[in-house]
Design a protein around this ligand. Sequence first.
Ligand SMILES: [Zn+2]
Length: 385
Amino acid sequence: VSAGRIVAIEPRSRRKPDFDLGNAAILPGLVNAHTHLDLTGLRGAVRPGASFTQWLRRVIQGRRTLTDKEVARAVSDGMAESIRYGVTLLGDIAAGGRSWTHLAAGPIRATVYYELLGLKRDRARNACSAVRAWLAELQASPTCRPGLSPHAPYSVRSSLFRLVASAACARRLPIAIHLLESSAEVELLGQRRGEFVPFLQELNAWDPAALMHDGGELIRLYAGLTAVSFVHANYLDPNLTPLAPGTTVVYCPRTHDAFGHPPHPFRELLRVGARVALGTDSLASNPDLDVLTEARYLHRRYPDVAGSDLLRMATLSGAEALGWAQVTGSLEAGKSADIVVVPLPDGNTDDPHDLIFDSAALVRAAMCQGRWIHNPGRIADLPST
Ligand SMILES: [Zn+2]
């Protein structure tokens, strides 16, 4: 590593090591492709349950009362926790894009998606002018990139989805959309009925004529854009609705299970060559922001999934989803030295990934741009940086 970049990856014993990390795996920095750090303060306060809209009501309630100071605290706590878990790149969806200032000042990378809501025309119009102002005022950052997140098919009118698609195309902005997360959403789009109807009426946000008709319509609308993430897609059938190349499904395994959804289609998606990345989602539905634990959770539940696929889902696929794959996400000469060190148990297996995913060992150290950002064991700095 030199000047913050990886210079070479060489076989063991080719040269004398600068230092010896012991029995450990050196992995690319982990990528959390989906979270909402502004909700970090809701840990344990809002529990997912059988009714999706009931959970949404509690999240909206929790978010409404947050002051700017509390949001700042939540984002910095969430970033500190992510760093402890070896995350060097985050996909963060933020109301009003409010996490940008804090993440841009931090030691890791992020794509900050401005969240757009608006099923009714007036709300959609306001969202458009607010996001335009946000984009115009952003200070360029070497470690933060802006993206757009038209929230979900139940909260965004089809004309707003179209406007966002053309803006993202023109400005090459990454996109994240919550898609087919609940059975209630499938019912709403297909039949204009179910628990979302009273929920949206309560919020004075009900406009059935503005809704899309199914997930496929949205997937086709965003086909061909640079970095598009469909978050959750719990009810997507990849055989009926194929994903366009370049798009990613972001799967949040423990959050998915907390809601009691049927099994996620990620194995079918991998089988048909679609890209799947891992996310934790926010602490309003997940116990922590640990992406490695998400991968280990899947390894236990689905031992048939190759460890190399899980590692890619937790690293490079996330970097691709967030529009950062040219810079980070894998250990390659020329890429940023974004690296985590995971201690390994003694012993050997045919597949070294098993040693990482069978274990519960915490990340020992994490480096971003050649600098240690988590280093409780006080590993020395690299001699060349
Ligand atoms: Zn989310």
